[in-house]
Design a protein around this ligand. Structure first.
Ligand code: CP
Length: 312
């Protein structure tokens, strides 16, 4: 089994078999990460640059950790403090870095399509670590691994994605992945934060009723309100948003079943998620972060052209 692609630009481009291979390989790397010695020599001959043109905590650190666990050589680049501030273009920046013999590029950028542009112009393998409001493929893979671990399945699982769907690359990548793997998906939030034709375009159910959505789902993936990407007022106040679409303890206690709570982070506590929910036993938010390392090890390992792992 091998991947159908040489880059990971988005989930939209992947086959069901690619997704299964990423998840199976991540499960094997999770086993490696339980060992006393968590490091393997798999990418000893590979140099990776992490290009972060936009802020990140979880994704940047877990890519760096995944690279170290695989014994790759790594270079970390942040746009602030670089020659980007002197007007150097994205392509010039990357070509200069590649001339130092770099094999793979992990990139986060605020412009949707930036990694796709790079993939057309440079010879290295590109991993999209989040591009604008387009896709965040490794987040969707780690979310899928977390759902599978918690519920035992993706096919037939009922997943609600709640909140700012309009500005969310996490929502888009999750929807592509979950639909390809046979899950049922409902997006829920205020009408102003849900794209108009999402049902027709992506085959998801749409609900504006939070309580009904929570009664329906097995898992609620709750998203952050992305104020930094909104250039107009889309709801009256954060307080009002919390009252209508925030997940509170009482709301969960009034349901007729126990559901799993997920969030990609960073959390706006008291807005989309109350603290006594985020920190409860129902929440798998920190397991998602933990799974991020194994998933990113799997992505880098497979894109480096290594054969599927059996006895690492
Ligand atoms: N989930 C996620 O992408 O978090 P960061 O922005 O901190 O990387």
């Amino acid at each position: 089994m091998s991947l159908s692609t040489q880059h990971l630009l988005g989930i939209r481009d992947l086959t069901k078999e690619d997704i299964s291979l990423f998840l199976q390989t991540a499960e094997q790397f999770k086993e490696v990460l339980q060992r006393p010695v968590k490091k393997v020599p798999s990418l000893r001959d590979v140099t990776i640059v992490n290009l972060f043109f936009e802020n990140s905590t979880r994704t940047r650190i877990s890519f760096e950790l995944a690279e170290k666990r695989l014994s790759a050589d790594t270079i970390n680049f942040a746009a602030s403090g670089s020659s980007v501030s002197k007007g150097e273009t994205l392509l010039d920046t990357v070509n200069n870095i590649l001339s130092m013999k770099v094999d793979m590029v992990v990139m986060r950028h605020s412009a949707s399509g930036a990694p796709h542009f790079l993939a057309k112009h440079i010879p290295a393998a590109i991993v999209n670590a989040g591009d604008g409001i387009n896709e965040h493929p490794t987040q969707a893979l780690l979310d899928a691994l977390s759902i599978k671990e918690k519920t035992g399945k993706l096919e037939g699982a009922r997943i609600a994605i709640i909140g700012d769907i309009m500005h969310s690359r996490v929502a888009q990548s999750n929807i592509y992945l979950l639909k390809k793997m046979g899950a049922e998906v409902t997006v829920c939030g205020p009408p102003t934060l849900i794209p108009k034709y999402i049902h027709e375009a992506l085959g998801v159910n749409v609900s504006y009723n939070l309580k009904e959505t929570l009664e329906w789902c097995d898992v609620a993936n709750v998203l952050r309100i992305q104020l930094e990407r909104q250039n107009q007022v889309l709801f009256s106040s954060l307080r009002e948003y919390n009252l209508s679409y925030g997940i509170s303890r009482k709301l969960l206690d009034d349901l007729h079943k126990e559901i799993v709570i997920m969030h990609p982070g960073p959390i706006n506590r008291g807005v989309e998620l109350d603290s006594d929910v985020a920190d409860s036993k129902q929440s798998i938010i920190l397991q998602q972060v933990e799974n991020g390392v194994a998933v990113r090890m799997a992505v880098l390992y497979l894109l480096a052209g290594k054969t599927p792992v059996s006895n690492n």
